[in-house]
Write a protein of this length. Structure first.
Length: 484
């Protein structure tokens, strides 16, 4: 009996080796083949999204490798990704999900889903299942921006109105990924074959394109259906010195947001991207640390929250300048500099983002002489605060205050471009006999107004859940002025 078992195992192993060798020989030159050239007849309308597939049709769901399957060989990258905003871009982002149901679907119907789905729920869009089930019941919405959705993109292309990749203008091509023998039927044999011929597998899921800022632009440039820009992160970078390949400062998106040490783009950390694989000089971090500290905060992820705050604090500096006493008045400015971000501060959904100066002046006895940028009892910012953000208006001139971006007719921006500074100017009447003034200033950041969170998070957590959004002090300074 024992001999039969051994013989059977040896036979199976021999078959596997033969299949692997045949596969390797048949595919030895395939790395030289072109990936994909977008043709006009291959386009497919996915609602308001620009997404295209290589076939021109919805993708067969069995081609969508689940991210958990990638973890079997890429555990570290998977563990990083699963706490990222990419992993939490859809039904597991309570603010996004609620906004879609509360505003988008009610106002513009199915278009309200497809408009955002190409980047937030791409698996649901490309399989043709978007909007057909309740958010939380579909694994495609739960998948977020998954491994396969990033690593099976073969091309990006310019949006016709913007001239750059925008509104999910990418070509999703999982059909180009070679399906190994025994895929989806025998995991052990499939794994053996991949490890026997890893170059093909690596080629399938990697591309020089993924290092380019244009690749990120396909989802980080967003325009309303009428063509009005909503998010312009890529062009903000493109207009900066960081985009100049001849500059010593040249950096792309991944240099900052996939830095091996989040918040320290110049540090390199060696390691492996595959369990037991080749040791590499530099391993990129798949947490994609950015400016959304609310998501890890809501999920109780302290490590990711701290990394996000570290990133935010590396982006700006604040300084009190031009303080002077004149004609019974005391005047001063607060200078805010975008010292580290390769895009505007803030960026992304700038109609929601709140970046403001909180400042107060006190006398030698601690009495407050002047204050601006404080929070009220509802956690809303002083309406007279110096705020860096955008205001969107509809066709009637009404302020759009709940991110109904499909209504945009006009926008006003008060943002800080890379390497530039902007000022808050202040003046107050100086009481008599004040001998010393201490000015305390801080640059504060929140992903959205609290009133927006109150609406979109109303069903998040248990009834007693604290839905107050976190505020990060990105920069803090103090100046003491002795008066004559």
């Amino acid at each position: 009996m024992k001999k039969k078992v051994i013989a059977s195992l040896l036979f199976s192993l021999t078959i596997c080796v033969i299949v692997a060798v045949m596969y390797k020989e048949a595919r030895m030159n395939i790395d030289d083949e072109p990936k994909f050239s977008l043709a006009e007849e291959q386009s497919k309308d996915f609602g308001l999204s620009n997404v295209k597939t290589i076939s021109g049709n919805p993708v067969d769901p069995h081609l969508l490798t689940e991210s958990e399957d990638c973890a079997k060989c890429h555990q570290n990258s998977f563990d990083e990704w699963k706490v990222s905003a990419h992993a939490r871009s859809a039904a597991n982002d309570p603010i996004y999900e609620s906004h879609e149901e509360t505003f988008a679907v009610k106002e513009i119907g199915q278009d309200g889903i497809t408009f955002c789905a190409g980047c937030h729920t791409p698996e649901a869009l490309v399989t043709g299942s978007v909007g057909k089930t309740k958010w939380t019941s579909s694994k495609y919405e739960q998948a977020g921006t998954s491994c396969i959705m990033c690593h099976a993109i073969s091309d990006v292309f310019p949006d016709e109105r913007q001239g750059i990749p925008a509104d999910a203008s990418y070509v999703f091509s999982p059909e180009l990924v070679h399906e190994y023998p025994f895929a989806n039927t025998n995991e052990a044999i499939e794994s053996f074959l991949i490890r026997s011929a890893p170059k093909r597998h690596a080629s399938d899921f990697s591309s020089k394109l993924y290092k380019e800022a244009e690749y990120c632009s396909s989802c980080h440039t967003q325009a309303a259906p009428n063509g009005k820009i909503e998010q312009d992160t890529y062009r903000e970078w493109l207009n900066s010195s960081y985009a100049d390949p001849n500059s010593s400062e040249f950096s792309t998106c991944i240099d900052c947001h996939m830095a091996p040490v989040p918040g320290e783009r110049d540090k390199e950390v060696a390691g492996r991207t595959t369990d037991g694989g080749k040791y590499k000089k530099k391993v990129l971090d798949h947490r994609f640390v950015g400016g959304n500290q609310a998501l890890p905060y809501l999920y109780g992820d302290q490590e990711m929250f701290k990394l996000t705050e570290k990133m935010l604090k590396s982006a700006a500096e604040i300084e009190i300048v031009d303080a002077k006493q004149e004609n019974g008045k005391f005047d001063f400015k607060v200078k805010v500099t975008n010292k580290g971000a390769g895009h505007n501060l803030p960026t992304g959904a700038t109609d929601l983002r709140q970046l403001w100066i909180d400042v107060e002046a006190v006398d030698e006895n601690g009495k407050i002489l002047f204050a601006s940028g404080k929070l009220d009892e509802k956690m809303e910012v002083d309406p007279n605060a110096v705020m860096f953000h955008s205001k969107f208006y509809d066709e009637k001139g009404n302020l759009i205050d709940h991110h109904q971006v499909w209504r945009i007719a006009r926008r006003e921006d008060h943002l800080i471009p890379p390497k530039q500074s902007k000022y808050g100017e202040y003046s107050f009447t100086l009481p008599k006999n004040v001998k010393k003034i201490t000015i305390n200033a801080k640059l504060r950041y929140r992903v959205s107004p609290q009133y927006f969170a109150n609406v979109t998070l109303r069903e998040f957590g248990d009834p007693g859940t604290d839905r107050t959004l976190p505020i990060t002090d990105m920069a803090v300074t103090k100046k003491v002025i002795q008066l004559d």
